[in-house]
Design a protein around this ligand. Sequence first.
Ligand code: FA5
Length: 377
Amino acid sequence: MNRSSIHDPACLAAYNRSMASSGGTRSPESLESLRARALGELKAAAGDGLEAWRTEYLGRRGSVTQVLRSISSVAVQDRARFGAAANALRNELEAAFEARAAAGGSRPAGLPDRIDVTLPGRRPLKGRLHPTTRTIRDIAAAFGAMGFQVIEGPEVEYDYYNFSALNIPHDHPARDMWDTLWIDQPAGHDGPGDRSKGGQQVLLRTDTSSVQTRILLRTHTSPMQARVMETTRPPIRVIVPGRCYRYEATDATHEWHFHQVEGLAVAEGITFADLKGTLYEFARRVFGVDRKVRFRCDYFPFVEPGVDMAIDWKGQWLEVMGAGMVHPKVLAGAGVDPEKYTGFAFGMGVERVAMLRHGIDDIRLFAGNDLRFLSQF
Ligand code: FA5
């Protein structure tokens, strides 16, 4: 490209004359300044702006096209040089346009043409763990330090494991302690863990009458006591975090779905002192040394003796768990010799633990999906 022709004063004069004689509203502009303006704008053009630039300069009514059209009004002696310079300018701008388009000048529409690198950065929105998940992890860490393993179990459970294996036979009034959400079983389906459907293996140590194999949403994590003992020989030391469901009216301390962490320790010579020592140590690690803890006698058909543990909360006691020594019938039903082994079990409400730790006064906030609440953790 012969740029000297653009700088040629004759070209400038001819161009200026052409602009003046065209009677246009634009003030005359040298080819050099037209070139500088066009290339400057092309540098910043992207996306739709690139096509607008092409129309503005190289389109049928574009500036360069107009310059070329005006050649007839240029004095005869200047025409050759003016034409050569204007053609050179058009060729240069066309080549520059092609190069810009090929180099990705087609940035997605909506993106800014320029980035101000001096602006402060925008903090990306990061997700975070739900307070229930964090609490489960803290509880697991406390028991992990005491040698407990973490395992999980099915939320859709057999009647057998949720009740019968826990010394709550069919039609026993103790079933009323847990308002249950029952599940209609599809015809031909054997329930959770149905082996014919490729599910996990279920050891059902009971008759397979329809009563025992009815299925439900587990009302507590205690069914895992029997499942673990059926498949693991003592010594056993496990905790089982998971979701539970109850057909229950909700209020500030009750949800219809919530989380529990079950605990089970079975070995020779385990006593109630081990249970108390373990739960005090848990309370110390999770709530701190100064928090008041209360144990009271309580009834659960699958432990003997049974207790509940509460923590001081706004001048009252908030129950966080039930616990006790595993009932001999539960041990025997799961194939563990009650003459040789003893054990303790407990089941705590995770949301209640979180409420006590963080001063949350309504359990319904946990599943309320309100970011103002969730982002505080
Ligand atoms: C049970 O569920 C027994 N399985 C606990 C247990 C395990 C006892 C092992 C003995 C041995 P309970 O229904 O009390 O017990 O529930 C235990 C804890 O779960 C309660 O202390 C409470 O912290 C929590 N919880 C119970 N119901 C709800 C509810 N509707 N909403 C939120 N948390 C609840």
